[in-house]
Design a protein around this ligand. Structure first.
Ligand code: VG1
Ligand code: CO
Length: 543
């Protein structure tokens, strides 16, 4: 085995965002681009010599080629072993599980998650730590520093490894174990949930439709929902992962999973519908004629998790990202649970989970998870929902009605302004930031501002501080508006405006969300001048 040392130079923009480094695929395919970043990961984690890593991705375009490069660089760095999902496929939660199960030194996940895939779309790489969770900021900071000062990388010359065949092989002195991407994960799910109850529910005629959106969860959902649980063949649709996700946008929300929404709102809707994203860590839940917003789903799961064997002893505590609606807080308050508020991105939940402070957590962006892995987990959320429905005998719509009756309703919507001018969006936020201190006590279109600040997070476990995590304005009566820029986009800037209002009046509970939020939406515009700074009079996407 010959290790080649390749001279290189820093490349602009190699800065991981909310979840790893994401760029246009053609940028990742440029000479040295992937290699520079992988070498920088090795530097950030103190090298790979003697280490065991997990490797897999969501199957998007360039996944197969990138895997071969990463393996050759791991071998050149002296790694002892890499556990690879067959055909270089692993969902993000399955990768997290393998890292933990086999007590490895971490892993690389090749994914740009909900971003579209293909030669003209997006690719991404993220590193997960030995606890199975995304690298925290101090580690990604070291990646950035390494990428900015890189002068060479190391790679071996070798033929491609056959990743289609299960079993053990070697690359130079490094062992490669190609594993079934689904098996260990499916076994974990069976341990967490009451499969007997779910099976009985499905046997009784309960129908479901899971839309894998041509992404990585197809094989997982087919094996678990149709295989282990006996859902009717064909219940899982768009089940074969494709490099460009069938030309679609693998983001499970009512806009991008419109086909599923149409079926669920139609006359022949099944009892339960769900979808997942590119890398399988997000979920959308929808009942017959009843869409469940992600923040509500998180609250319902927290309130009912005890129906699943893994959580029957109750939850240690819960957490949500700051922009996520405070429906979860209401559950926590009633149940006497500690509720933590973290910045956007799963990496901030890791310490709370590791430290045993929380069992369950989630984000408004359709991510929910628990201490079973250190990533959000789409299929896990689907199975927990099914477990709860099986044990309570309720429909999805009934669950929601009962939940709101007990806890009240937090109307919630996120408005995204995509590919806006980044400089102008920053100016808008700068102006608002400058006015925050003067806002409390002022009346904005009939509601009085209660507090206004820029969110910063002090991690209660390791004491680290993360600043600049979004501008938030709360109103007397419980309404709230949050503004932040996305950290996962690859073109221009995406402005996210998170709008929330609360109601305890049962007569309003079934109101349309956008209508219920009308006044708050107007306040969001009045406060920030979105139209003036972005040139947009309406968002591109409302979730
Ligand atoms: C978005 C979501 C955030 C999520 C992140 C990664 O980040 O808002 O909640 O953790 O994507 O999800 P941003 O910075 O664009 O708002 V995934 O499934 O794309 O890895
Ligand atoms: Co994802």
């Amino acid at each position: 085995m010959t290790v080649t040392t390749v001279k290189t130079a820093p490349i602009d923009g190699q800065v991981p965002g909310t979840s790893g480094l994401r760029k246009k695929t053609h940028i990742f395919m440029q000479p040295h681009y992937l290699e520079n970043f992988i070498q920088s990961i090795w530097t950030a984690i103190g090298g790979v010599r003697g280490k065991t890593l997990v490797l897999g991705g969501d199957g998007r375009y360039f996944n197969d080629r990138a895997a071969q490069v990463i393996l050759r660089m791991a071998a050149a760095g002296g790694a002892a072993k890499v556990i690879v999902g067959q055909s270089a496929l692993l969902s993000t939660p399955a990768a997290s599980h393998l890292i933990r199960l086999y007590k490895t030194d971490g892993g690389i996940i090749m994914s740009a998650s909900h971003n579209p895939g293909g030669p003209d779309e997006d690719f991404g790489v993220k590193f997960n730590m030995p606890n199975g969770g995304p690298a925290p900021e101090p580690v990604t900071d070291r990646m950035v520093a390494a990428a900015q000062s890189i002068s060479e990388y190391h790679i071996i010359e070798a033929q491609d490894v056959d990743l289609a065949r299960l079993g053990t092989t070697t690359l130079g002195a490094m062992q490669i174990e190609v594993v079934d991407p689904v098996a260990d994960y499916a076994e974990l799910m069976e341990k967490l949930f009451d499969f007997k109850a779910i099976k009985a529910l499905l046997d009784s005629g309960f129908t479901l439709r899971f839309d894998a959106m041509h992404a990585v969860t197809g094989p997982y959902a087919t094996a678990i929902l149709e295989g282990a649980l006996g859902a009717a063949p064909g219940s899982v649709v768009n089940a074969v992962p494709s490099p460009d996700f069938g030309g679609g946008h693998p983001d499970p929300n009512p806009i991008w999973a419109k086909d599923l929404m149409d079926v669920m709102m139609g006359p022949d809707a099944p009892d339960f519908g769900a979808a997942s994203d590119g890398d399988g860590d997000r979920n959308m839940i929808v009942g017959r004629g009843c869409y469940v917003g992600p923040s509500d789903s998180l609250a319902v799961l927290a309130a009912n998790a005890h129906f699943a064997p893994a959580y029957s002893a109750g939850l240690k505590g819960v957490a949500r990202s700051m922009p996520t609606s405070r429906a979860l807080d209401r559950v926590a308050a009633k149940r006497g649970l500690e509720c933590y508020e973290t910045p956007t991105g799963w990496k901030f939940f890791g310490n709370l989970l590791d430290d045993g402070r929380i069992t369950l957590c989630g984000e408004e962006s359709a991510g929910t998870g628990s201490d079973h892995v250190r990533e959000k987990d789409g299929l896990w959320a689907v199975l927990l929902w099914l477990n709860i429905l099986a044990r309570t005998g309720k429909s999805v719509a009934q669950m929601m009605t009962d939940h709101w009756a007990e806890f009240g309703r937090n109307f919630y919507s996120r408005h995204d302004y995509e590919a806006v001018d980044g400089a102008r969006a920053k100016e808008m936020l700068d102006r608002l930031r400058g006015r925050l201190a003067t806002l409390p006590g002022t009346d904005i279109l009939g509601a009085v501002v209660d507090s206004a600040d820029e969110f910063a997070y002090d991690d209660p476990v390791d004491g680290s501080r993360s600043t600049g995590q979004g501008l938030r304005v709360t109103f007397q009566g419980g309404g709230r508006i949050v503004y932040r820029l996305s950290g996962t986009g690859t073109v221009g800037a995406t402005l996210r405006v998170y709008i929330e209002d609360v109601s305890d009046d049962p007569a309003t509970f079934t109101k349309d969300t956008q209508l219920a939020l009308n006044d708050m939406i107007d306040r969001a515009e009045t406060l920030a001048g979105i139209a003036e700074f972005t040139g947009r009079t309406a968002p591109d996407v409302r979730t």
